[in-house]
Every structure is written in structure tokens, then in C-alpha cells.
Design a protein around this ligand. Structure first.
Ligand code: HGY
Length: 417
């Protein structure tokens, strides 16, 4: 195979768009719209099987590691002594999700490899496409779990022994779906890692910009808070005698919104909330809810965590309830590789795409790979800034533009070393 890679190759976007559509059909919810392909469920296994089939159609060397991460490698003609260029993302989803998050980065990576195959050209260095396990973290926590294990931030055994919110053990589910691989994590260490992704936010569309050069990613703090009060009759119990777990949860929600508004940078979300006994005329005895805090600055994120802890103590004292909290996830903000960000910016500029530097509001596998190799991300616009929602959308031409920028960056990086 010819390894004299030209300065440009032609990327055919059509197969990528069709594959996004096909993958988006798996776990489809005809009524609510969207699809649900939660990590290690049968629907996600079907998605894994489909992507592995597409990898094999491109004659990639497919390997699966012990946490279920999938790697498809287009081997270079060299002796393989050089570390591969890696691209990738994930294919698991939240509930009632869009079709693009994560999948776009995986399938655009396959489109880049397909451009080499169709040109009959081998890359100077191997190219690996990674599909990381459990990026969303809604069944098993933490999120970005597969890439975290891969990067050495969590042991394989700890991950395999994780118990999900449905009571299942992650390792058992990995065996059940047939993706408990034998490759040790980090058996493939990339020379660099690129992740193409939809922005999932409003900035690029609002500024009419084609390409986001993602140079950093905000910190994430997830915790579960449990409030234990006293059930009592809604009609006979004076307010001053109540120990109302429901009121406490609502007070925390109001506090978090005020904290987010006053800081202007910290984001706060109560995504899960359970009230007991959840009966119309009974004062809640228990409230269990999650808090997702994010900020690009580590000190401000710590300030938000401290202020929340102080407020929880105030509420417990005032309402006479017991409040406990459990840390679920904590990732510090990440700064991506400046050289890769420069390369992305140069490619977008050379190709005539408007572009801007930006921070990622969402967590991504790239933030974990950045622990072991230079990593950076490319964003394309999200219609209305919507994601984690069936209405998630990016136009086909925008998706193809992003994939072409990814290809151009790959060619520059392979030519450079
Ligand atoms: O939570 C996140 O930011 C990512 O979607 N897991």
C-alpha cells in the first residue's frame, strides 16, 4: 500500500450520515422520540455490534479491552513501533437522546479511515478509532468510565465491581453482552487523541461559527443528597412542627439556582429526585436527589461545593431533618493540548471555515485521554444548543464539514511525525 500520503484526501460524508441514521435507530423510542441506548443494555450491545461490523468492513484490526472499550486500528506499513493517532468517542446514550452525541466522533473517525482506504493509501502511523464504555454514566457511575479506566484513573476491578442504579454489577453485564475483552487498558497508548463532537450548547450557532476549537473542559462534581424527615398528615401538622424532606429538597434547588446566577460561571442541576412516600396528603419523610455542579475554574467549583455543604447544614438545623451526601463523581477542569488546538485552528482557517476557541461545558472521553496523551476536541454547531434530547440536531453539511476538518488535522499530524 502506498504510504506517501498527499496533503489532502477526499472524505465521502454520505456513508457517515447513513451510519449515524442506522445507529440512531437502535434503541429508538417511537412514542417519546429519540433513542435510549444506555451502557451495557441489549440496545447498546446492538450498537457495539454494528460499529464493530463497520470496522471490520474497513478491514481494521478490532480489539476489546477488559472494560469493554473497542479499538479499531488501520495499521501503518511501518513496524508499528510508533504510537497510533487515536480518534473516538462513545455510542451509549442518556434516556430519549439525540442520534449524534458521541456517535458522530466514532463514525467521523471511520469516515477518515475510509478516505485512506478508498485512496489505497496507508497512513505513516497507525490510526486507531476508540469506542469508550459508559461515557454517559447514568446507569453506572462515574461518567466517562471506560476512558477513565483506560487512562488509569480507575482500576479495572473497581469498575467491573460497580453496582448500577438498577442493582446490576457492571462486570456481569459486560460478560452478558459479550464485550468483556482481554486487552489490558492502555495496551494501545496513542501518540495523540482527537475527538470530534457536537457542541451540545448554543455558542457556535448563536455566533454563526462553523468550527469550535476546544481548548479546555470544565470541572464536574456529582453528589447524591439524602434528606430524612418525618412523614405526617398534610392537614393536621402546623408548619412549625414539620420536618419536611420535600421542602428541604426544594430549598436546596432554589439555593443552587441563586448560586449559579450570582457566580455567572457555575452551573448547578438537580437531575434526579425521589420523594417518599410520594403521596399527595403526606408530608415527605425522605428526599433523595443528585446535584451536578460544573465550573471551568477549580477554585470556583470548590467554592460551590463548600457553599452547598454549608447550606445543607443550615437546612438540617432549620427544618430538623437529617441530611447526608455521597460524592459520586469529581473531575477537575482539563486544559487540552495547545499544539493540537493550534493544528485544529490552522486546519479550519486553511479550509475557510469560521472558527473560535471555546470551553467544553460537557464532559467527554477526551478529558480522560488527556491524562496519558496530548488531546483536543473539535466542535460543530448544535441546532438551538439542544442535546440530551430527541431534538438534538446538526445539519448534514455541518457534520461533513467537521469530519473534513478532522481529516485535515489527521493528515497534518501524520505528516509532522
Ligand atoms: O455529563 C456529561 O457532561 C457527559 O455527557 N457525560
Amino acid at each position: 500500500m502506498n504510504t506517501s500520503v498527499p496533503s489532502s484526501l477526499t472524505l465521502d460524508g454520505t456513508p457517515m450520515i447513513e451510519q449515524l441514521r442506522q445507529l440512531g435507530e437502535l434503541g429508538a423510542d417511537r412514542e417519546a422520540g429519540g433513542r435510549t441506548r444506555i451502557a451495557l443494555t441489549d440496545d447498546e450491545r446492538a450498537g457495539r455490534d454494528l460499529v464493530v461490523r463497520w470496522m471490520r468492513e474497513l478491514d481494521l484490526d478490532v480489539r476489546v479491552d477488559r472494560i469493554g472499550n473497542i479499538f479499531g486500528t488501520l495499521r501503518s506499513d511501518d513496524d508499528g513501533s510508533q504510537r497510533p493517532l487515536m480518534m473516538g468517542s462513545h455510542i451509549d446514550t442518556v434516556k430519549s437522546a439525540g442520534a449524534l452525541e458521541g456517535c458522530y466522533g466514532v463514525l467521523a473517525g471511520l469516515a477518515v479511515v475510509r478516505a485512506f482506504r478508498q485512496a489505497g493509501i496507508g497512513p505513516q502511523r497507525s490510526i486507531t478509532i476508540g469506542v469508550f464504555t459508559n461515557e454517559e454514566g447514568i446507569r453506572y457511575q462515574p461518567d466517562m468510565m471506560g476512558s477513565l479506566v483506560y487512562a488509569g484513573g480507575l482500576s479495572v476491578d473497581a469498575a467491573l465491581n460497580t453496582i448500577g442504579i438498577d442493582g446490576t454489577r457492571l462486570g456481569d453485564e459486560l460478560v452478558r453482552i459479550g464485550y468483556a475483552g482481554d486487552l489490558e487498558p492502555r495496551a494501545i497508548v496513542p501518540h495523540e487523541y482527537l475527538e470530534l463532537h457536537i457542541e451540545q450548547g448554543p455558542i457556535l450557532e448563536a455566533e454563526n461559527i462553523c468550527i469550535g476549537v476546544v481548548e479546555n473542559l470544565q470541572g464536574i462534581s456529582w453528589q447524591q443528597i439524602t434528606v430524612e424527615g418525618n412523614a405526617n398528615h398534610a392537614g393536621t401538622t402546623p408548619t412549625r412542627l414539620r420536618h419536611d424532606a420535600g421542602w428541604a429538597a426544594a430549598a436546596v434547588s432554589t439555593f443552587l439556582r441563586e448560586l449559579a446566577v450570582t457566580t455567572g460561571t457555575t452551573l448547578a442541576t438537580i437531575g434526579m429526585l425521589r420523594i417518599e412516600p410520594n403521596v399527595i396528603n403526606v408530608i415527605p419523610s425522605k428526599a433523595v436527589f443528585t446535584v451536578d455542579l460544573r465550573d471551568p475554574d477549580e477554585q470556583r467549583l470548590q467554592d460551590a461545593e463548600r457553599r452547598l455543604a454549608e447550606f445543607l447544614e443550615e437546612v438540617a438545623e432549620k427544618e430538623g431533618v437529617k441530611i447526608t451526601n455521597e460524592r459520586l463523581v469529581r473531575f477537575e477542569p482539563v486544559v487540552f493540548d495547545a499544539g493540537l488546538a493550534d493544528a485544529i485552528e490552522a486546519s479550519a482557517e486553511r479550509m475557510g471555515f469560521t472558527h473560535r476557541r471555546m470551553t467544553s461545558g460537557a464532559g467527554h472521553d477526551a478529558q480522560m485521554i488527556a491524562r496519558i496523551a496530548p488531546a483536543a476536541m473539535i466542535f460543530v454547531p448544535s441546532r438551538g444548543g439542544i442535546s440530551h434530547n430527541p431534538r438534538e440536531h446538526t445539519d448534514d453539511d455541518q457534520l461533513i464539514d467537521g469530519a473534513n476538518v478532522l481529516l485535515d488535522v489527521v493528515l497534518q499530524l501524520l505528516a509532522a511525525k
